[in-house]
Design a binder for this molecule. Structure first.
Ligand SMILES: C[S@@+](CC[C@H](N)C(=O)[O-])C[C@H]1O[C@@H](n2cnc3c(N)ncnc32)[C@H](O)[C@@H]1O
Length: 288
């Protein structure tokens, strides 16, 4: 007898759980939705109505059992209001990074309330373009620049930013200087910050996220985050803000590094799961 959609999803859920996938229920349903070209809600409704297993579903589940990221299999990553194209060569945007976008938007709004019509925002290490595109989409008054260096990642940055108002600089964020110097209201970044030698345990991260997106350049993981702070010092106007994601273990190191560079009002922020994953700081100046 042919397998029903509901039976196929239940079987996939068991296989995914046994393979150590963190969210087997969601992944089983989302892979079925992908196979059918429907939303998750529509797929679940079809399952209740007794639809058959869709063609190709088993192959999709087998890829996920081998711990290929869900987003690489579907080719899409939801992020705030966006549905981004992702795949091999680019960092898959994470839910905790949505907090960075909110902080950058809040700071941009404060600038607008102080009379800056088009606050300039720059995203260092843009990857899929998630942060830059989310800021530009949610606050169209912002002038947003994205900076990305890695050729493999840039294929995706270009694709996601095509047709948007985000300006893309294809270069090392340590080299962004002259034309942008002292002009930006907000520098936002999710830099590579994993300490070298601390290889992530999840195969989805370890085997699929590009090492250039993960590792922070030394045993503390702080080389690239510190370089982003130095770039921010050059790019920010007085009173401008720096918004950065980091590991939970880096809260104090990040705060020290910012204070040593002359940033003020250094504050750590917790994500939706209550983990301290972002820090904001300001250049002294006209915002005081
Ligand atoms: C952790 S990923 C973040 C990607 C994206 N902003 C996000 O939050 O999903 C870090 C990104 O920074 C880029 N990157 C690393 N070092 C860089 C550098 N020196 N200059 C420009 N981009 C860099 C990597 O290629 C990668 O795309």
């Amino acid at each position: 007898m042919a397998t029903s959609l509901a039976q196929a999803i239940a079987g996939a859920r068991r296989e995914l759980a046994a393979a150590g996938v963190a969210s087997p229920d969601a992944d089983a349903a989302l892979l079925a939705a992908h196979a059918l070209g429907l939303s998750r809600g529509e797929t679940e409704a079809k399952a209740i109505l007794g639809a058959p297993e869709p063609a190709g579903y088993r192959e999709l589940v087998a890829r996920r059992v081998r711990r290929e990221p869900l987003q690489h299999i579907t080719g899409r990553a939801p992020f705030r209001q966006l549905d981004l194209a992702v795949g091999p060569g680019v960092f898959v945007p994470r839910p905790e990074t949505e907090l960075l976008v909110q902080l950058a938007l809040d700071h941009a709004r404060q600038w607008r309330e102080h009379g800056e019509v088009h606050p300039a925002v720059v995203d260092l290490g843009s990857g899929s373009g998630a942060i830059a595109l989310a800021v530009a989409t949610e606050d169209p008054a912002c002038r947003v620049t994205a900076v990305e260096r890695e050729p493999e990642a840039l294929r995706w940055t270009r694709q996601n930013l095509a047709g948007s108002r985000v300006r893309l600089l294809e270069c090392d964020y340590r080299d962004v200087t002259v034309e942008g110097s002292g002009r930006f209201c907000v520098v936002v970044t999710n830099p590579p910050y994993v300490p070298v030698g601390e290889v992530p345990g999840d195969p989805e991260v370890r085997d699929y996220d590009p090492p250039t997106a993960l590792y922070g350049g030394d045993e503390s993981g702080m080389l690239f985050p510190a370089a982003a702070m130095d770039t921010a010092l050059r790019l920010l106007r007085p009173g401008g803000s720096f918004v950065m994601e980091h590991a939970e273990s880096q809260v104090e190191t990040v705060a020290d590094a910012l204070s040593r560079r002359g940033f003020v009002d250094v504050q750590c922020h917790r994500d939706l799961t209550d983990r301290p994953r972002a820090t904001t700081a300001f250049l002294p100046g006209e915002r005081d």
